[in-house]
Design a binder for this molecule. Structure first.
Ligand code: 3PG
Length: 403
């Protein structure tokens, strides 16, 4: 893939896609963990110091309709704090206010556009060719000399800001994107067994895609499920979770995924499911076995933590994605914290996927055997052998502009 060594961005007008999509407190709308913003700040600084471009940054935050879909003023403040530069903010994406701010930006200055998903085209997935004709790309591309993709964590989305610009501007992967790919290639090349994948969180549809790849390419010896993913597989196996949890799964659009989960089980996927949970019932927390679930499931239970930790201890490779429980509530962090601890203490090479899980990392326990990626499902899809749309678009761009 083309990198910043292959295109010229010195003092040029550059649009850089980053991913500062971070966990947000659903009640207060505040940023709960700013790790992605800190990591991106380093590379933004590097790029500005080395090339002095007029640098326009774009990112999404959450998805329309979800509580974490907010504007990016606070992100801009944190970018200013961590880069030491004044990162300007404009509350517009492709309209006249944004275009004026972009045009007025001088070399060495940085501007953050508002949440890219305020533009409806940005949530539609389509081919790079199609995305290069969107109004989004047609409005912004003429204002730039080059496009840089440093949003490894969104590399699995085929959206205009990821795959559209590379077809109309000389483009390259940014320093963080490059670093992530290098780290992951090292892991893929030395894939020893047993390989344990610990998968949780709420993005269940994406996780099923990951599991299908893992099974097809025989990459996982065990898949330890937690979070909503675990609940889906339990239901797929015919285990009752009680009315409250079934209603929640329905609300989240997860029930239609049951046939797909059953098919995955029939394919012989090495899926492990929890044997107990921590539930919330009448304001009280309780540890219950899967045969006796009453109340809302909030975390994996104590016995499950013990068994999963044993598997992790003996692994050669551990890949973790998504929290095991509702970590926004302190009472339900145990599962996530203890599985992470098992991973720090194991002799395995550990890859930790970004997003909500990285907010639970104890930075003092990190060592050279642990890679914390900014990518969540992008990381898993890359590892499981899928071609990421962002990489494909950059390759196409190289053929068009660099050969
Ligand atoms: C992520 O956190 O996985 C990325 O920011 C992508 O977010 P999305 O799943 O809403 O596209």
């Amino acid at each position: 893939i083309p990198t910043l060594r292959e295109i010229n961005i010195r003092e040029k007008r550059v649009f850089m896609r980053i991913d500062i999509n971070v966990p947000i407190d659903p009640d207060k709308g505040e940023i709960l963990d700013d790790r992605r913003i800190r990591v991106h700040s380093q590379t933004i600084k590097e790029v500005v110091e080395k090339y002095r471009p007029a640098l326009v940054l774009g990112s999404h935050q959450g998805r329309p309709g979800e509580p974490d879909f907010i504007t990016l003023e606070k992100h801009a403040e944190l970018l200013s704090k961590y880069t030491g530069y004044n990162v300007k903010f404009v509350d517009d994406v492709i309209g006249p206010t944004a275009r004026k701010a972009i045009q007025e930006l001088k070399p060495g200055e940085i501007l953050l556009l508002d949440n890219l998903r305020l533009v409806s085209e940005e949530i539609i997935e389509a081919t790079p060719e199609k995305q290069s004709y969107t109004i989004f790309v047609r409005r912004l591309a003429p204002l730039f000399d080059a496009y840089v993709n440093d949003a490894f964590a969104t590399a699995h989305r085929s959206q205009p800001s990821i795959v559209g610009f590379p077809l109309v501007l000389p483009s390259a992967a940014g320093p963080l994107f490059e670093k992530e790919i290098m780290a992951l290639r090292r892991v893929v090349e030395s894939f020893e067994s047993p390989r344990i994948f610990v998968l949780g969180g709420t993005k269940v549809r994406d996780l099923l895609r990951v599991i299908e790849n893992l099974v097809r390419n025989k990459m996982a010896d065990r898949i330890l499920t937690t979070g909503l993913l675990a609940q889906l597989f339990l239901v797929a196996k015919g285990i009752g979770l009680g009315k409250e949890n079934m209603r929640y799964l329905e609300e989240k659009g997860i029930l239609p995924l049951i046939p797909r989960a059953r098919y995955i089980l029939l394919m012989g996927a090495p899926i492990e499911t929890p044997i107990d949970f921590k539930v919330l019932i009448d304001g009280e927390t309780r540890n219950v076995g899967i045969g006796e679930i009453n109340g809302k499931i909030m975390d994996i239970g104590e016995q499950t933590i013990r068994i999963y930790s044993e598997f992790i201890k003996d692994a050669k490779i551990v890949v973790m994605r998504g929290p095991a429980g509702v970590i926004e509530d302190e009472r339900f962090r145990d599962g996530t914290v203890k599985l992470l601890e098992a991973a720090y203490n194991s002799k395995a090479f550990v890859l930790i996927g970004g997003g909500h899980l990285s907010s639970m990392i104890d930075e003092s326990k990190l060592n050279e055997h642990i890679h914390v990626s900014t990518g969540g499902n992008a990381l898993l899809l890359f590892l499981s052998g899928e071609t990421l749309p962002a990489l494909k678009a950059l390759e196409l761009s190289a053929k068009m502009f660099l050969s």
